[in-house]
Design a binder for this molecule. Structure first.
Ligand code: CP
Length: 292
């Protein structure tokens, strides 16, 4: 694998290899990279989890990490993304993690630079590393993803997480279903009654209401959204005894999820963030090994 820009770049076998390697890193395995590689993380959109966990993963792999701050870069003088990547190639960077507001930003880069590109999230398009850490979290929880019922709830149309997970989880044999307001379903087939599916789900994966991509809060007040599509305390009580709650975060407390459920026993929200480090170590190592 030279780059990772969408989940379609990965076969089921490669996904399985990443899951196993992430588990090995969790259990203390050391990096087997032979060379000293240099990376940089180019975030043109806000991020806490993806940026910090990639930086942690890169340090744990003992890579050189060049700092990059988009707010103090020459992109502010009009330098394009393509030219910025060529600068980093020229100074000797091996791989870049890029988050960008433009869907499919990577199309202008792949095949035109020797630098490996890892997509840290493109607009409303893809978020493959989030998808892999979500899959890892489900796989570790249940020992398999196959035949698990994954219910993804919320702002489906604007969610790169929903798009990446729908593709990969289905290929791995999970049953993926969507719950959302009719106006937020995009190209997906969704049910609109959360209560219809709550009792049968193995995973309730909540999505952030992306206020920045809506005018106001769509057609809902926060309270209306919470009562209709949020995981309320009453709904959580109807979940199967071993079912888990996931959310890629950041979350809006008392909108997608009742505040008191964020750290409840069945919540894996902070576990997902912890898993992000070892999964991103496995992804980064796989890509850099391809250069040896
Ligand atoms: N889940 C996720 O991508 O979070 P950040 O936007 O903080 O990276």
């Amino acid at each position: 694998m030279e780059n990772l820009v969408t989940m379609k770049d990965l076969s089921v076998e490669q996904i399985t290899t990443i899951l196993k390697q992430a588990k090995a890193f969790r259990e203390g395995a050391a990096s087997t990279l032979k060379n000293q590689y240099t990376m940089a993380n180019l975030f043109f959109e806000p991020s806490t989890r993806t940026k910090m966990s990639f930086e942690m993963a890169e340090r744990k792999l003992q890579l050189n990490v060049l700092p990059f701050d988009s707010g103090f870069s020459s992109t502010l003088k009009g330098e394009t993304l393509y030219d910025t990547v060529k600068v980093l190639e020229a100074v000797g960077v091996d791989a870049l993690v890029i988050r960008h507001e433009q869907n499919n930003f990577f199309e202008e880069l792949i095949g035109k630079t020797k630098v490996a590109i890892i997509n840290g999230g493109d607009g409303t398009g893809n978020h493959p590393t989030q998808s892999l850490l979500d899959i890892f979290t489900i796989w570790e929880e249940f020992g398999t993803v196959e035949n698990k019922i994954i219910t993804i709830v919320g702002d489906i149309a604007h969610s790169r997480v929903a798009r990446s997970n729908a593709d990969a989880l289905t290929r791995l044999g999970a049953k993926v279903q969507f719950v959302c307001p009719p106006e937020w379903q995009g190209e997906f087939k969704c049910v609109h009654d959360f209560d219809e599916v709550i009792e049968s789900s193995d995973v309730i994966m909540l999505l952030r209401v992306q206020h920045e991509r809506h005018e106001g809060n769509g057609n809902f007040s926060k309270e209306e959204y919470h009562q209709t599509y949020g995981l309320t305390v009453e709904r959580e009580r109807k979940m199967k005894s071993d079912a888990i709650i996931m959310h890629p975060a950041p979350f809006n407390r008392n909108v997608e999820i009742a505040s008191e459920l964020v750290e409840c026993d069945r919540s894996r929200i902070f576990k997902q963030m912890q898993n992000g480090v070892v999964v991103r170590m496995a992804i980064t190592e796989m890509i850099l090994k391809g250069r040896e």
